[in-house]
Design a protein around this ligand. Structure first.
Ligand SMILES: [Zn+2]
Length: 75
């Protein structure tokens, strides 16, 4: 598995009807968009089933990452 995790940027508000690209996004947090690849930081998160915070080095937005032991790639 080699997923790429892109930072979605800081929350800048909530989707209004005019701004939402999809109707299901209305009322959901709107993010500025950043695109920084967070894989290196996420790789450092231990697979202990607990929530960890990963701070984007570019925009400082914090993402919550939880890895369960099963997510770990086989050695
Ligand atoms: Zn970012």
């Amino acid at each position: 598995m080699s997923l790429i995790f892109n930072c979605r940027g800081p929350v800048v508000g909530v989707y209004s009807q005019e701004l939402a690209p999809k109707p299901e996004l209305i009322g959901k947090p709107r993010r500025a968009g950043c695109g920084a690849v967070l894989n290196k930081l996420i790789d450092l998160v231990p697979a202990d089933g607990k929530d960890h915070e990963v701070k984007c080095p570019v925009c400082k937005a914090v993402s919550r990452i939880k890895k369960t032991p099963e997510d770990k790639e086989p050695a």
